[in-house]
Design a protein around this ligand. Structure first.
Ligand SMILES: [Zn+2]
Length: 339
């Protein structure tokens, strides 16, 4: 039985849910914590443990949060798939699977993937000409794009994060290569299961991967690479403009920006958002406002593995270098932010 479970705010912050008595809500959470991978739970045991009344369970049934499958109060959580995305290769079928299918014949249950499927997949990954970093890279390249199946925006760290879909499933003879790959949202990926799909956004996958590879080649030749796999092109242009407005020399500023991105990558602390870059340029602005020699400040950051300088550092050097009183701390509130 799993030790951890997820709950979706879409359900638990709905008016339908919040209007129920607290005891009923608590029962729902406990049922969710104890449910098996198909969302089935022996409610009688949980109600005993909690001291919850049968009325609470009746409310959950009346409000369509659960359905009771038999007289022993074996219960199914209706929104189970909204709460939990369970990996097919770890999934264990409910011991009540037959009962569940009898009561709810139309239900779509996740099919567990066999170990054999995993072995096939690992073998195909090894044989593939795509590098190991392909999966992670292509997923991040599609952050913010739209799922070709359901048209939802794919957002990393959510149920709709970009995920790799083999158009012809590996278990059915598909290959792990560029001609057979689309990027779709995780939610769609899990409901498509082992079905074969059309080419979906395969053309864009190839295009993005080609651009990314060409970019990497340029870096290898010693030119600057912009962190395109994480940061959108457009935002980067804006941030460059921002840096230029520091009244620094343009060439110096651009190489500075690129150095910063490259350093953070090497540190395995890549810049993830345009906002982070903006914070960096903002700090340069603060330093400039404090009349600190910008080259000196940048050297200090470089020597410190591109950590930002601290407020105290700015205050100390402001006094040292300009003989002025330190400015108020609130001006520098963003400085300790981990970007
Ligand atoms: Zn989708």
């Amino acid at each position: 039985m799993a030790n951890r479970r997820m709950f979706s705010k879409k359900i638990t912050e709905s008016a339908r849910f919040l209007k129920m008595p607290s005891e009923t809500q608590a029962l729902y959470f406990h049922l969710g914590m104890s449910a098996d991978d198909d969302g089935v739970v022996e409610a009688f045991t949980i109600m005993r443990l909690l001291g919850a009344t049968e009325d609470s369970l009746k409310i959950l049934v009346a409000k369509d949060f659960v359905r009771v499958l038999n007289d022993d109060l074996v219960t199914h959580i209706i929104d189970w798939n909204e709460h939990n995305l369970i990996r097919a290769d770890r999934k264990i079928d409910s011991i009540y699977k037959d009962l569940l299918l009898e009561v709810v014949p139309e239900i779509e249950l996740l099919e567990p993937k066999s170990r054999k499927d995993n072995e096939i997949r690992n073998k195909l990954y090894k044989e593939s000409s795509l590098p190991d970093k392909f999966m992670g890279t292509i997923r991040s390249l599609f952050h913010g794009e739209y799922c070709p199946v359901c048209s939802i925006e794919m957002v990393q760290g959510t149920n709709t994060k970009p995920s790799v879909q083999h158009n012809k499933p590996l278990s059915k003879g598909g290959k792990h290569d560029l001609d057979n790959i689309s990027v779709i949202c995780l939610s769609c990926n899990m409901s498509i299961k082992n079905k074969e799909t059309s080419t979906l956004n395969n053309i864009e996958v190839k295009k993005k991967w080609k651009e990314f590879s060409e970019d990497s080649t340029r870096t290898a030749r010693g030119q600057h690479r912009v962190g395109k796999d994480r940061v959108g092109k457009v935002s980067l242009v804006e941030d460059k403009l921002e840096i230029k407005s520091l009244s620094l020399e343009t060439s110096f500023s651009e190489s500075l920006l690129n150095d910063f991105i490259a350093y953070r990558k090497e540190l395995k602390k890549p810049i993830k958002t345009a906002r982070a870059l903006k914070a960096f340029t903002n700090q340069l602005l603060e330093i400039q406002t404090a009349n600190i020699d910008i080259n000196y400040a940048i050297d200090t950051m470089k020597n410190n593995e591109w950590q930002t300088v601290k407020l105290e550092w700015i205050q100390k050097h402001k006094i040292d270098r300009s003989n002025q009183l330190p400015v108020g701390a609130n001006v520098f509130d963003m400085i300790d932010e981990d970007y």
